[in-house]
Write a protein that binds this ligand. Structure first.
Ligand SMILES: Cc1cc2nc3c(=O)[nH]c(=O)nc-3n(C[C@H](O)[C@H](O)[C@H](O)COP(=O)(O)OP(=O)(O)OC[C@H]3O[C@@H](n4cnc5c(N)ncnc54)[C@H](O)[C@@H]3O)c2cc1C
Length: 384
């Protein structure tokens, strides 16, 4: 076992840092922190993300993608701001789902533009009455001539207000009657629908919307093949998404640690740098431990996926632990800064809101614990 990055990984991390510092971070800083980015900005971000393989990370090289190892994907995700991650990851996961679960014609039509970052992708699974349990999905398609007409609502959908194509999970008619759970690609230009931005607690620049399909006509060719793979496809992408979201939290936790370490070396009280006080050193040691343990759990889960392990429990553990631990690390860093920690000027309060926003997508802590628990006990809390 070797915890040192390889030369290639060092280069990848370096390239990601440079793109982030030169192009992505300045774009975020130039925009209002509390409102979602425009489609123009999102396309700009995706084109830069494409340069480091993030828009096609899980597409194999023979399909024109980067075919990245998941650990490398996570290393890159760790370097970029979570706002960017929350735009790029759902986009890339959508691309991956179409590549592995779309028809040849669907792949040819959407995947090249999505990989190049000239089209924006979204995936809509969650609904107002259906969150953690996808079996409750109500959005339904009904045949009308050669089209399928979609009705229903999707909620909390990343990129939905700026997307060109949304990959939705819904009930579709089954041959011989009744419905099955299926996937449909809705092209926004061909089949318009309403999508409204929702204001959130943190990561407000990443577009997130509520989508309404009202008699939305979609050509039959946009229904994904009935391979009974819907749940499996979503799970495959969730597996690596979870530790990657954990590493977005690590990005914030590391920043909080850096700020706190700098501050204790300049701030004086009682005639001393506050870094000389033992309780402050304990807080700093705790922050570093929380960030480092989060990072290692996420790397471990991604490396297990690369080695073909069934990493459901490891991925769930990594995300649940990392987001919670980095939330605590940021809270400690805020405390070390006194009143300054609460100021908008410093930005730690924004990081606290941002890290908490990562708690919910790709599995809530409650659901992630049950996934881990299922592996520990062999008992499934989700089934009767
Ligand atoms: C920033 C952000 C981005 C998102 N992006 C997308 C996206 O791109 N596409 C998409 O489809 N969705 C997206 N979502 C939605 C997200 O996937 C859901 O919010 C999530 O699955 C939880 O669903 P819910 O909010 O309805 O909570 P619920 O499922 O209603 O859960 C409420 C609470 O009950 C707990 N709970 C539920 N069931 C159990 C159980 N069996 N045992 C114990 N506790 C339980 C949960 O842990 C939670 O604490 C996003 C959400 C956010 C915040």
């Amino acid at each position: 076992m070797d915890f040192k990055l390889t030369e290639d990984q060092e280069m990848l991390v370096d390239a990601a840092k440079k793109i982030s510092e030169r192009h992505l971070q300045p774009l975020l800083l130039a925009r209002n922190k509390r409102t979602a980015l425009s489609k123009h900005d999102v396309l700009e971000i995706l084109s830069k993300a494409a340069d480091i393989g993030l828009t096609s990370a899980r597409i194999p090289e023979e399909g024109g993608g980067m075919g990245m190892k998941m650990l490398d994907y996570g290393l890159v995700m760790e370097q970029i701001a979570p706002t960017i991650g929350l735009i790029v990851q759902p986009h890339e996961a959508t691309t991956t789902r179409i590549y592995f679960g779309g028809s040849e014609q669907q792949k040819q039509r959407f995947v090249p533009g999505l990989m190049a970052g000239t089209l924006v992708g979204a995936t809509g699974s969650t609904e107002p009455d259906c969150g953690s349990d996808p079996r409750g999905i109500k959005t339904t398609g009904e045949w009308s001539g050669d089209d399928i007409v979609v009705n229903g609502r999707k909620q909390w959908i990343s990129n939905s207000t700026v997307c060109d194509v949304i990959h939705i999970t819904c009930r579709v008619p089954k041959e011989g009657g009744g419905y099955r759970m299926g996937r449909i690609l809705v092209d926004c230009a061909e089949s318009p629908f309403e999508a409204e931005e929702v204001a959130m607690h943190g990561l407000c620049q990443a577009p997130l919307g509520e989508v309404s399909f009202s008699d939305c006509r979609v050509p039959a060719a946009n229904i994904c093949p009935d391979d009974e793979n819907t749940a499996k496809l979503l799970t495959i992408t969730w597996l690596a998404n979870r530790p990657a979201v954990g590493l977005m939290a690590v990005h914030l936790g590391q920043k909080a640690l850096d700020l706190a370490r700098d501050y204790v070396g300049v701030r004086k009280q009682f005639g001393k740098h506050i870094g000389a006080f033992q309780s402050i050193q304990v807080d700093l040691a705790d922050i570093e431990t929380l960030v480092m343990s989060s990072r290692l759990l996420c790397y471990n889960a991604l490396s297990a996926i690369d080695h073909g392990a069934r990493a459901n429990g490891l991925s769930a553990m990594a995300k649940r632990y990392a987001v919670d631990a980095c939330d605590r690390a940021i809270a400690l860093a805020m405390r070390i800064h006194g009143a300054m920690g609460l100021s908008e000027e410093l930005g730690l309060e924004q990081m606290a809101r941002d890290v908490r926003t990562l708690t919910i997508p790709d599995g809530t802590p409650g659901i992630l614990a049950l996934i881990q628990g299922r592996e520990l006990t062999g008992m499934d809390a989700f089934r009767a």
